[in-house]
Write a protein that binds this ligand. Structure first.
Ligand code: GLU
Length: 445
C-alpha cells in the first residue's frame, strides 16, 4: 500500500477539505502493516473504496426567524458506509459545520461504530445553523424545516441520526416529531430520544461515562489507578458533564471545566452539587462557565484560556476537533500529565498526538474513547426493536462491557514492544478489519 500516493489522491480529489485529509492521514498511516499482511485488502481495493463515501446529501433549509425575516442555511447528511449496519451518527448544528467537517466525522464514525461491536455503519449530518441565541420557536422551525427534506433518507434499517454538538434531546424531539408526522410511524429512526418516547436511560451521560471507563482501562493497562488523579475537562455540553460525574465516582478529582468563554480551576474539586450547578449552567444555553467562579469562592476563572495550561494528571478534551494543539500537548507534558482521553472527535491535532505519543503519555483517540455515546444509541435501537426498556443498571453494565471490549481490541492491535499501547493504531486496525472484511464478503457493489 502506497500511503503517500493514496494521500496525494485524496488531497487532489477533495480540494479544500483539510479535516477530511487529516482524519484519513491518521488512519492510513496506521493501516500499512495489516494491509501488507492481508493481500485481499489490496486485491479488492478496499482502501480506495473506503476513501469514497457511499453518498452525500446536501440541501437548503429555509425558515423564518422571530423577527419575520427569512433565513437560509445549508445542511448535509453524509452516508459514509453501511457495510456492517445501517448508517448511524449524530447531527451537528454549529457555524463551523461544512461538507469537510461532516465528511471527516462520518469517516471517523465508520471506524468508531465498527469498534463498538454493534451492527452500525457510519454516517454524520448537520448544518451551519448556529443555535446560539436562538429562541425555542426558532429552533423548532429550523428543525422542522430541516426534517421535511432529511426524512426521505432515514429509517430504522437505513440511516439513524442522533445528537452531537448543538443537538440535544430538545432538538432531536423537534426533528423526530416532524419525521413521525410525515412517516406516520414511531420507530427507532432516531436515537437520543426523550425518555417518554423511546429514549434510552443514560444516553445523555453515555459518552462521558464511556470515556471515563475507557480511561480507567487504559490506566489499569499501564499499572496505574484513576483514584486520586486530577482531571481537566473541556467542552460545555453533556459529554463534559457525564465525564465529570463518572470521573468523580471512580475517585478522581475534576479540577477544571471550561466553556467558550474560558476555564474554571477549582482545586477543591468539582463534585456533587458543583456538577449539578455545571449542568444548570449548560441548561441556560448561554455558553458561559464564568458564573461558576462567582458562586464558588474556591474557583478561579481564566477568561479566553484553555484548561490545558493547568497542572493535571488527566486531560479530557470534550469540545470540538483540533481543540488541543502541539503547544497544549507540550504544556501538558511539562506539567506531568500522564493521560489524554479524547472525548471529542479528532480533538487533538496530528502533531499534538505525535508529541504525546513520543513522550509516552497514554493517549486514546476519539473513535475509541468517545464510542460510548453511539454504543448506547445502538442499545437504544435494540430496546426499541424489542419494544422494551432497560434499567440504568442494565444499560450501564452493557456500556461498561462494550468499553472494555473496545479497549481490549485496541490493545490487541496497538501493543508495542515496550508495553506502550498505540491506541491510534489499535483503534484504526480493529475498526478497519471488520468493515473491510464485510465489504469483501458483500462483493463489489
Ligand atoms: N454524535 C455522537 C458521536 O460522535 C453520537 C452519535 C450517535 O449516537 O449516533 O459518536
Amino acid at each position: 500500500m502506497d500511503v503517500k500516493k493514496l494521500l496525494a489522491d485524496v488531497e487532489a480529489k477533495n480540494p479544500g477539505q483539510p479535516l477530511y485529509l487529516q482524519a484519513v492521514t491518521e488512519v492510513l498511516e496506521t493501516l500499512e502493516e495489516v494491509v501488507k499482511a492481508n493481500p485481499k485488502y489490496t486485491k479488492y481495493k478496499v482502501i480506495e473504496r473506503l476513501l469514497e463515501p457511499d453518498r452525500i446529501i446536501q440541501f437548503r433549509v429555509e425558515w423564518v426567524d422571530d423577527k419575520g425575516e427569512v433565513q437560509v442555511n445549508r445542511a448535509w447528511r453524509v452516508q459514509y458506509n453501511n457495510a456492517i449496519g445501517p448508517y448511524k451518527g449524530g447531527m451537528r448544528f454549529h457555524p463551523s459545520v461544512t461538507a469537510d467537517s461532516l465528511k471527516f466525522l462520518a469517516f471517523e464514525q465508520t471506524f468508531k461504530n465498527s469498534l463498538t461491536t454493534l451492527p452500525m455503519g457510519g454516517g454524520k449530518g448537520g448544518s451551519d445553523f448556529n443555535p446560539q441565541g436562538k429562541s425555542e420557536q426558532e429552533m423548532m422551525r429550523f428543525c422542522h424545516s430541516l426534517m421535511t427534506e432529511l426524512y426521505r433518507y432515514l429509517g430504522v434499517d437505513t440511516d439513524v441520526p442522533a445528537g452531537d454538538i448543538g443537538v440535544g434531546a430538545r432538538e432531536v424531539g423537534f426533528m423526530y416529531g416532524m419525521f413521525k408526522k410525515i412517516m406516520i410511524e414511531n420507530t427507532a429512526a432516531f436515537t437520543g430520544k426523550g425518555r417518554n418516547w423511546g429514549g434510552s436511560i443514560l444516553r445523555p451521560e453515555a459518552t462521558g461515562f464511556g470515556g471515563v471507563y475507557f480511561v480507567d482501562s487504559m490506566l489499569k493497562q499501564a499499572g496505574k489507578d484513576i483514584k486520586g488523579k486530577t482531571v481537566a475537562v473541556s467542552g460545555f455540553g453533556n459529554v463534559a458533564w457525564g465525564a465529570a460525574i463518572k470521573a468523580t465516582e471512580l475517585g478522581a478529582k475534576v479540577i477544571c471545566i471550561s466553556g467558550p468563554d474560558g476555564y474554571i480551576l477549582d482545586e477543591e474539586g468539582i463534585a456533587g452539587e458543583k456538577i449539578a450547578y455545571m449542568n444548570e449552567l449548560l441548561q441556560t444555553r448561554n455558553n458561559v462557565v464564568a458564573p461558576y467562579a462567582d458562586k464558588y469562592k474556591s474557583a478561579k476563572f481564566f477568561a479566553g484560556k484553555k484548561p490545558w495550561e493547568a497542572k493535571v494528571d488527566i486531560a479530557l478534551p470534550c469540545a470540538i476537533q483540533n481543540e488541543l494543539n502541539i503547544d497544549d500537548a507540550k504544556q501538558l507534558i511539562k506539567n506531568g500529565c500522564i493521560c489524554v482521553g479524547e472525548l471529542s472527535n479528532m480533538g487533538c491535532t496530528a502533531d499534538a498526538i505525535h508529541e504525546l505519543q513520543k513522550a509516552r503519555v497514554i493517549y486514546a483517540p476519539g473513535k475509541a474513547a468517545n464510542a460510548g455515546g453511539v454504543s448506547v444509541s445502538g442499545l437504544e435501537m435494540t430496546q426499541n426493536a424489542m419494544h422494551l426498556g432497560w434499567t440504568a443498571e442494565e444499560v450501564d453494565a452493557k456500556l461498561k462491557q462494550i468499553m472494555k471490549d473496545i479497549h481490549a481490541s485496541c490493545v490487541k492491535y496497538g501493543l508495542e514492544k515496550d508495553g506502550y499501547v498505540n491506541y491510534v493504531k489499535g483503534a484504526n486496525v480493529a475498526g478497519f478489519i471488520k468493515v473491510a472484511d464485510a465489504m469483501i464478503e458483500l462483493g463489489v457493489v
